[in-house]
Write a protein that binds this ligand. Structure first.
Ligand SMILES: Nc1ncnc2c1ncn2[C@@H]1O[C@H](COP(=O)(O)OP(=O)(O)O)[C@@H](O)[C@H]1O
Ligand SMILES: O=P(O)(O)OC[C@H](O)CO
Length: 496
């Protein structure tokens, strides 16, 4: 009999979908990747077509399985996904009734401001660990129910299903047999009590969400269902699900309280493991569930930066300054300093610790000798400065002092950026050999789910250091640069 000792991880990100097959040592055997279209139907709106997402998830998964040598040795599937993005679909046909509304979408900023003015934020934060910001799912869901003809009535009758992207993929992989999600995705909706770990009736009422829409919420690890036999040639258990940032915590093996990771994809999300007890932030960080395995929950403090790699993508697609993101490494290296040029990348408002959805982006400090290299460097620097601000806030919140930050995601491939980050943090920056840590984390969760490993502790040995960056910048120079950054942020926050 053929040993089933490989795992397929499907990583559905904001700009691309990739599938990777890993062996039991966390080594990548094959990968398939597909970028997909972003839709901006109105100012501040961001949508995805769920059919694009399903098509790419399936085709990349099939391709990765094929390239790894076929389905015979695949023991399980793990799913990880862009979080907060929502889909509402028809239970009878499986067809979405609207495009997915993406986490970056700000269309519900006014509703959030109204709910805040009415004094609802305290309850929301106490129950969910989150804030009233359009980033999270609940107001996006309310928008669909209010704006798609007949949706609210159909939702109340139980004809529609709601889900984050994991839930939609799980539904499609099982041909509608399973409507479920995991705690890490549920806890980003604004509808889920992170302490009692269940959907919350008061919040459902506040956001006017019928309970009949909701998926069942499960551990991040364990069998959710099986893929239909036609997809891969035989049924494969789907045995791990986690939001991408939480999956990265697992992939970076940040299992001990006080350990932290930052994932640099479209956005950047810093998560600090705080152990079994949720830590409440005084600095507008989020309290979130890092993972729940075999009924045991680990919580995290999270700092959310909405624009990280997206700023580099904008240099490529918006300004046409570069043709490939990796060019920014050389551009930043080639100039001795940023020459006082700063970018505050508030393209979709600012996340933690400001939570200002109406702020817009800013480039300042320009002189006639500023070049495209200064702008590229300012974009990279802005992401490091924001990370530094979040780490400082978390330390103040009592989450522990982080002498080491583990980094991953597309932008972490940039050496110049990682060095600058170490300088700003005055901490060690560790980049693993496998920077697709999100997918790796999903594979660990699925592997534990089918018993390839007994517990997460058993996978810790599979983490391998790829590169280490240690602080080396002169401290006076650092201080001057940081002061300039904080001045630029204050400028961006000035209300027009
Ligand atoms: N060498 C690089 N330097 C800077 N940014 C990079 C580099 N390589 C990729 N990126 C950025 O990283 C992002 C892609 O990372 P990825 O983890 O695939 O994102 P996502 O999961 O959000 O789709 C893109 O926004 C891209 O601009
Ligand atoms: O697509 P990413 O990797 O930037 O992640 C998106 C986050 O999950 C949004 O909360």
């Amino acid at each position: 009999m053929i040993k089933q000792d490989r795992i397929l991880a499907i990583d559905q990100g904001t700009t691309s979908t990739r599938s990777i097959v890993f062996d039991v040592n966390g080594r990548e055997l094959s990968v398939a990747r597909q970028e997909f279209p972003q839709y901006y139907p109105s100012q501040g709106w961001v949508e995805h077509d769920p059919e694009d997402i399903w098509r790419d998830a399936l085709s990349t998964a099939q391709e990765a399985v094929e390239r790894s040598g076929g389905v015979d040795r695949i023991a399980a599937i793990g799913i990880t996904n862009q979080r907060e993005t929502i889909v509402v679909w028809d239970r009878a046909t499986g067809k979405p009734i609207h495009n997915a509304i993406v986490w970056q979408d700000r269309r519900t900023a006014k509703l959030c401001a109204e709910l805040k003015e009415q004094g609802h934020e305290k309850l929301v934060t106490e129950r969910t660990g989150l804030l009233l910001d359009p980033y999270f799912s609940a107001t996006k869901l309310a928008w669909i129910l209010d704006n798609v003809e007949g949706a609210r009535a159909r939702a109340e009758k139980g004809e529609l299903a709601f889900g984050t992207i994991d839930s939609f993929l799980l539904w499609r992989l099982t041909d509608g047999a399973v409507h479920a999600t995991d705690v890490t995705n549920a806890c980003r909706t604004l509808l889920f009590d992170i302490h009692r770990q269940q959907w919350d009736d008061d919040l459902l009422k506040l956001f006017r969400v019928p309970a009949a829409l909701l998926p069942e919420v499960k551990d991040s690890s364990g069998v959710f269902g099986e893929s239909t036999p036609d997809l891969f040639g035989r049924p494969v258990p789907i045995a791990g699900i986690a939001g991408d940032q939480q999956a990265a915590v697992v992939g970076q093996t940040c299992f001990k309280p006080g350990t932290a990771k930052a994932t640099y994809g479209t956005g950047c999300f810093v998560l600090l493991n705080t152990g079994e007890k949720p830590v409440v932030s005084r600095n507008r960080m989020l309290t979130t569930i890092a993972y729940r395995v075999k009924g045991k929950t680990a919580y995290a403090l999270e700092g959310s930066i909405f624009v990280a790699g997206a700023a580099i993508k904008w240099l490529r697609d918006g300004l046409h300054l570069i043709t490939h993101a990796s060019q920014t490494d050389d551009m930043a290296t080639r100039i001795p300093n940023s020459h006082g040029v700063y970018m505050v990348p508030g393209f979709v408002g600012l996340g933690a610790p400001h939570w200002e959805p109406d702020v817009r982006g800013l480039i300042c400090g320009l002189t006639l000798d500023a070049t495209e290299a200064h702008i590229a460097r300012a974009a990279l620097e802005s992401v490091a400065y924001q990370t530094m601000d979040l780490v400082a806030a978390m330390t103040q919140d009592g989450g522990g002092t982080t002498s080491t930050l583990r980094v991953d995601g597309g932008m972490s491939a940039n050496d110049w950026f990682c060095q600058f980050l170490a300088d700003m943090l005055q901490a060690r920056v560790e980049r693993p050999r496998q920077i697709e840590t999100t997918a790796l984390g999903a594979s660990f969760l699925a592997g534990v789910g089918v018993g390839l490993w007994n517990s997460l502790d058993d996978v810790a040995a599979d983490w391998e250091l790829g590169a280490l960056f240690e602080p080396k910048m002169d401290l006076t120079e650092r201080r001057t640069m940081i002061d300039g950054w904080h001045l630029a942020v204050r400028r961006a926050l000035v209300k027009a």
